[in-house]
Design a protein around this ligand. Structure first.
Ligand code: ZN
Length: 219
């Protein structure tokens, strides 16, 4: 999927995601606070641009919503420090990490990988990007929110992250050399819940732009 940011074209080839990055969300799901960032991934084919329909999962399980701030990596390389990691943030957006929670709990109980509960088709609705050229302090003061059928359900602020965005970038780059166009879903604040077929999902980003998607009615 291509993104246009400041007239530059980005092609997304990888989506990294962070789990359990907000204390209140860890508590609502009864999970343990991680000693280091929990990293998983989705395929780029899971992305859904704003205004499009999110297909209902063909497995028949209703997805849960998780609103998240999303980082677009703007250049190739391996940052040497958290200070340098800030310069790898090319743009920001807001998106949903849709999750098959029942399947996830089943996989968790057997210590199996999360691919099917997190990386299924259309599991990553994403709003438009806005270019970023700020500081680490700017990255730690980003507000965003998610509404379902017009009702506010989740409000997040990156100030409440356990691992701030530059630390997430450092952790990911221990394993993968960063590539321009990589996305990082940075974890969800509290308030997650189940969707219903036909629901309208809306997401408001850090500069007040709102984007919407509709979950397909189950056949
Ligand atoms: Zn998530």
């Amino acid at each position: 999927m291509k993104f246009i940011v400041n007239r530059n074209e980005y092609i997304c080839r990888r989506i990294f995601c962070i789990g359990r990055n907000y204390v209140e969300h860890i508590e609502e799901l009864g999970n343990d606070r991680p000693a280091s960032p929990v990293i998983f991934s989705k395929p780029p084919t899971s992305l859904v641009p704003a205004g499009k329909t999110v297909r209902f999962p063909r497995c028949g399980e209703t997805p849960h919503f998780e609103i998240e701030l999303v980082v677009l990596i703007g250049k190739d390389g391996i940052p040497a420090s958290t200070e340098e990691a800030v310069s790898f943030v090319g743009a920001l957006a807001v998106g949903y990490d849709l999750t098959l929670r029942e399947t996830q709990n089943r996989l968790l109980s057997k210590a199996l990988p999360w691919d099917i509960c997190k990386g299924f088709d259309d599991s990553a609705p994403i709003g438009n990007f806005s270019a970023f050229s700020g500081t680490a302090d700017d990255l730690a003061a980003l507000q965003f929110s998610g509404s379902i059928n017009g009702t506010l359900r989740q409000q997040g602020n990156t100030a409440k992250m356990i691992f701030p965005i530059p630390e997430l970038i450092m952790e990911i780059s221990k394993y993968w050399e960063l590539k321009s166009g990589d996305l990082i879903y940075t974890g969800t604040p509290p308030g997650v819940g189940s969707l219903s077929a036909g629901d309208t999902l809306s997401a408001t980003d850090h500069i007040g732009n709102t984007f919407s998607w509709q979950l397909e009615k189950q056949l």
